[in-house]
Design a protein around this ligand. Sequence first.
Ligand SMILES: Cc1cc2nc3c(=O)[nH]c(=O)nc-3n(C[C@H](O)[C@H](O)[C@H](O)COP(=O)(O)OP(=O)(O)OC[C@H]3O[C@@H](n4cnc5c(N)ncnc54)[C@H](O)[C@@H]3O)c2cc1C
Length: 409
Amino acid sequence: MAQNVESVAFVFIIDERWFAPSVHGFDRMGPHRMRFMVQSVLALEQALLEQGHELVVLTGDPATCIVDAANLLDCAQVFGQKEHTQEETDAENQIESVISAHWIEGQTLLHPEDLPMSLNDLPEVFSRFRNKVEKGGLKIRPLVHVEQWPTPIKVNALLVTNWLQRCESVLCPSFMPGAMVFEGGVLAGRKRLDAYLWDTRLLSRYKETRNGLLGYDYSSKFSPWLAWGCLSARQIHADVLRYEHEIEANESTYWLIFELLWRDYFRFIAMQHGNRIWSMFGIKGEAVHSHVKPHESSWQNWINGTTDDDFVNANMRELRATGFMSNRGRQNVASYAIHDLGLDWRPCAAWFERELIDYDPCSNTGNWLYVAGLGNDPRPNRKFDLPWQTERYDPDGLYRAFWNSPSRP
Ligand SMILES: Cc1cc2nc3c(=O)[nH]c(=O)nc-3n(C[C@H](O)[C@H](O)[C@H](O)COP(=O)(O)OP(=O)(O)OC[C@H]3O[C@@H](n4cnc5c(N)ncnc54)[C@H](O)[C@@H]3O)c2cc1C
């Protein structure tokens, strides 16, 4: 994109709706996600400054802000990342109705146009999708390096805002000793990639460790940087290929790419099914699991980590305190919420949207539907056996002891 224009201005929009309560009655962006976003934006601002460019940060309705900024800066075209969920496509359409706009598919490992099937023919089961895209080798577009930056457009004083002040009101105050802390930004993302692959070679054992619960090392932790565009799936893939060439290739190195394909798959499913992914019965379109009537305190107990299950509680407390939860934890708390407490999956998924620093609408909804038996799973009942899971993944109780300790909030 940058190679094809003479001059450019960079704009980041903080969507006003992130501060407002959703239909479920709580705000959409909690303090951890807000902090990670602020750090990422500040890092972007710094990186652009080093290239002689300023970053305009506006708060409001995304389409209105972009069009106003384009007018004030006298821009003839708008470029942005292509998204496929309703709020974002609404904004894209509004922008396109007044100015020439170009949307770039940058989120996925596989470009949607390179899929060996049309979106309408996307297999409803992940393994079939994977077999098809892997046949003959994954087709991945090369990374683009900017050689020559376009000249900067001078920023109009009307576009200088106090956005940071607005965000600071919801930033989280402190962290607990021993808890994981993630820092937003491209450099921090690159540091994590280097640490996981090159400094420690943890990638070589990923398949054996990925179901862990405590600490930084059991899985890559790339998801927050992926969600905020600080790392790209193609960048990770390029590093894994180099690792396989220079260090070793084994089941674990393959498995990381396998997981990135899951991420792609949920995005393609969202593209295929549109707003059906948000409906009560998901893409199945009908109820499939047994009906447990929720107790009136079930919701509060689930979000606060005060249920009858101490494994669920530990995970929900970790989420509240850090903005992160392991994949094993997410599967278990989701199953417990839906199949044991009888909660509607939609407010639960919205709670994840509020709390997770790696929130991604497609991965989040796709996984919730999957656990609910309303998504891409041939098995209708995905109820997890919590006692078995706890015994298998936290046999010594270390994880539960850490997060359920009375000294933790
Ligand atoms: C109920 C539920 C909700 C979830 N919500 C989100 C979400 O909002 N955002 C999000 O990024 N992931 C979500 N996941 C998927 C997964 O739990 C996280 O991607 C993973 O825990 C992030 O940690 P990691 O980067 O260390 O993962 P790793 O195990 O190191 O995997 C590497 C990368 O592969 C991708 N990946 C791994 N597992 C999955 C998966 N099941 N689905 C999609 N992508 C995957 C992620 O991009 C991840 O960063 C959810 C899972 C469940 C069960």
